[in-house]
Write a protein that binds this ligand. Sequence first.
Ligand code: SF4
Length: 367
Amino acid sequence: MKKNIFSSLRALGDPSMGRALLKKLETLLGRYGQPLRFMEVCGTHTVSIFRSGLRSLLPPGLTHISGPGCPVCVTHDSEITACLHLAKKTGICLASFGDLLRVPGPDGLSLKDARALGAWVEVIYSPQDAMALARKYRQAQVVFLGAGFETTAPAVAACLRLAKREKLENFYVLSLHKLVPPALRALLHDGDAGTVDAFILPGHVSSILGMEPYRFIAEEFLRPGVITGFEPADIIQALIMTLQTLLENRPAILNQYSRAVSPQGNPKAREIMLEVFRPQNALWRGLGELPASGLTPREDYADFDAWRVFGLEPCETAPPAGCRCGDVLKGKINPPECVLFARACTPAKPVGPCMVSSEGSCAAWYR
Ligand code: SF4
């Protein structure tokens, strides 16, 4: 028995229920008779698994891998470089969520450093806050740094619709959005990460997408995937469901989080998102350029597109020397296998984005 089992079981809410679920999981894994590597692709799952101690409770043979589920972590170096380039321009106010500010660019400087050197960078909590800045500072050009997955893109799209209606001419979005299903496809095609046996699918993203966009995982790659809630008991239950489908030899996409995710997701949110944005190829840290895995404003919204208005292009850049965030995001290594982990790279002085964000794997391992 692991030494933190009692505190971990308390984190499951009801220790007796936790014990029963873990026992069932162990029994099913025994019946399955082979090791199982499962990947979660959601920063909130990463945090929940580490914070609850669930990792240490998993039966031997069940291996947890974190995938590309943290939006700040998957933002490519060349996109960080574009943000830093904009920060140098006079009259531009960058509006960003806090985590992105601390991601070092290829030369080690972050937006936080740029701000200390005089750049106008504001921390905001929603795209609406960025619009409020644009209304307040009419003489400035306010650029919202739009990093996030399908969960945040509809809200950004709604802001662009409103900005167009208001004729808010000094508001722009630098779209860094990423779409989750193309990344899962890329992982399954990748030789090493292809050894992932099952996916714990993101709860928030799925509340927008529903189940359909994940079907290819089961149908083409014969792997199960379970849309899962964020309590430790949810995650154990999802693993039980995973093993049940494997034992029945019927890999499928299942929904453990039905209290929040409907099979069809949120069609209205998708409609707004796709009215304003269209899919385009995007660069992902670790995964490279993936087809139709990002979002760019449609022609009707071109005047709000910071890439276009400010003539920015993603450019070739190298990740920080020694940083293996790319391999961490693909589940090829665990963070401690990076030689910089907990030495040159800590949450107080991060070298790569996976140590910056509270949802990053390296930060979760470190903490
Ligand atoms: Fe990158 Fe730091 Fe993680 Fe190494 S420990 S992979 S340098 S974030």
